[in-house]
Structures are given as C-alpha cells and as structure tokens.
Design a protein around this ligand. Structure first.
Ligand code: AMP
Ligand code: ZN
Length: 280
C-alpha cells in the first residue's frame, strides 16, 4: 500500500467513526512498537492536539530500548511525552507483579499486563485532562481477539471492541479510540519501515498467549482460501455491534471500585483483584 493510501485510510476511519476532533486533547498510549508509533505520527501529522504516554513496564532491556526510542521519536517530532514508572506506581516491576501472582493463580501474562496497563492508562489520561486515549490496535489484533472471544464463548468481552470503545459513558472513563483499526500488521510494518521510525520489531518478551498464537495461525491458513478473512470477521462484527451494545447497556452499569474508586463493572476492579492476590 502506498504511503498516501495508508494515510487516507486512517483519515477515513477517524472521519467515518467520528473518533476525534481538533478540539480534543488526545493522549496516545505509546509502547515503542510499530503500531502506536505510527498512530502517534499520523495524528500529529493530521494536526490533532496530541501528547504521548508510555508506561515503563521495566521488563529489562526490552523496556529500556522502547523508552529510548520513544524519547527520541517524541523529541524529533516535538511531542510532549509523559512517562509512567511501574515501580513508582506499584512499587514493583511488571515482571515481579506477574510472577508473584502466577505462583498463586493460573493467569496468563497478557491478561495481567493488560489489566494493569488499561487501569493506569485510563487514570493517567484522565488526570492529564485529555478527552481521548489512542491505542495502536490494528485489524489483525481485532480479528484475533474477536475469534478468541468467540472460541471462549464470551460474547460480552467483545463489547469493548470496535474502533471506539465504551458501552457506557462515564466522567471517569476516557474514551479509547483505534485509528489504525482497518490497517493490517503487514501494512503498518511496511509503512513504519519506510518512514524509518526508531522501533524494534520484536514482540514483547513475555510473549503472547498460546490461544492468540493458535488463532493467528488459523487466520493465516484461512486467508489462503479467503484473502479477506480478517476484514470479513471484523466487518461482520461491526454490523452487529450497535445492537449488542444496546442489548447489554441496561444490564450492567459502570460502578466505581470500592478500593481505588476507578470505573469498574464489579464491586472491586480487576486491577485491585490482582493486587489482592499479590498480597495474599
Ligand atoms: P498490547 O496490549 O501490548 O498489544 O498493546 C496494545 C496497545 O496498548 C498499544 O498499541 C499501545 O497503544 C498500548 N500500549 C502497550 N504497551 C504500552 C506501554 N508500555 N505504555 C503505553 N502504552 C502501551
Ligand atoms: Zn480498583
């Protein structure tokens, strides 16, 4: 895909799904990977008010390199960067938190990491008085997650998917948007290489869950028969998503966690449930 074509595709996604406007103060959650770096670059290029936010997860060399790259990128493009330090926030690095929890409960790496990241990103973005939180999720991520949720029989989990997340609006919950929603892994990789962004292409060393790996393989195989498989999975889902959201909206209200007061669907949020296991 040509550079212009890719950029127009992102512009169209923003427009069609009304992801953000020039009035928004936008925070891009940047990991140092190709997706979030591309999202940040494009929003800045399109003239949006953007700042970047990175959580230093403190996963050894990998985190150090990501942080160095992100700092260099933001400096070059004159983007304000906010850094969250895991040790400052939780007193422990993510690796420590994870391995400790895993000695007590069988939870996978990405689940623990995801819960902690989402909690921190929402809280910090709100504290920065931003109105939108951008993540680098792409078409591959979305198709995989949709299939994973379907395989696990958990339709409700997919309610938070789509280019714009959130079923319920809440003053403590910053809307998350995904401008790269219709771009594939391959397209973003080619673009970021062409643009010579300072990024490392290796996956997170904690690796992905085995189900995601299997689903990725499955989709790759399916694409031999049906090259549009990923797009079809996602587009079909988007057709039924508004109805699903209406169906579940009244069933479960967003509350505030009794421990941390952050928005949650349960009495105690997932982050605080994890910390409880940690302290056991
Ligand atoms: P992942 O869950 O690792 O696939 O990441 C999904 C999205 O979350 C990325 O595209 C980023 O926008 C964001 N993200 C992941 N890791 C970090 C991090 N360490 N700091 C800030 N944002 C992150
Ligand atoms: Zn909580």
């Amino acid at each position: 895909m040509e550079i212009n074509q890719l950029e127009n595709k992102v512009k169209n996604t923003i427009k069609e799904y009304q992801l953000c406007s020039k009035k928004d103060k936008i925070i891009v959650a940047i990991s140092g990977g190709k997706d979030s770096t591309t999202a940040l670059y494009l929003l800045k290029k399109f003239g949006y008010k953007v700042e970047a936010l990175i959580i230093n997860l403190m996963i050894g060399k990998w985190s150090k390199e990501s942080l160095r790259n992100v700092k260099a990128f933001c400096k070059k493009h004159k983007i304000k960067l906010h850094i969250i330090n895991m040790r400052k926030e939780f007193g422990l690095s993510l690796c420590h938190i994870r391995s400790n929890i895993q000695t007590k409960e069988k939870l996978n790496n990405c689940l623990i990491c995801g819960v902690i990241k989402r909690w921190l990103l929402n809280k910090k973005t709100r504290e920065l008085k931003a109105t939108k939180l951008v993540t680098g999720h792409n078409l591959d991520d979305e198709a995989e997650t949709l299939l994973m949720n379907t395989i696990k029989g958990n339709l409700k989990m997919s309610l938070t998917l789509g280019p714009k997340t959130g079923i319920v609006k809440d003053k403590k919950f910053v809307e998350r948007i995904k401008p790269l929603y219709f771009l594939t892994n391959k397209e973003i990789k080619a673009y970021s290489k062409q643009m010579k962004f300072p990024i490392h292409y290796a996956a997170c060393p904690c690796s992905i869950t085995s189900l995601r790996r299997d689903v990725r393989k499955l989709i790759k195989n399916l694409e031999k028969e049906e090259p549009n498989a990923k797009m079809n999975i996602v587009e079909n889902f988007l057709k039924i998503l508004p109805r699903l959201k209406r169906l579940y909206k009244s069933q479960k209200e967003l509350k505030y966690c009794k421990i941390c007061q952050e928005p949650s669907r349960n009495e105690i949020c997932k982050r605080c449930q994890l910390l409880k296991i940690l302290k056991q």
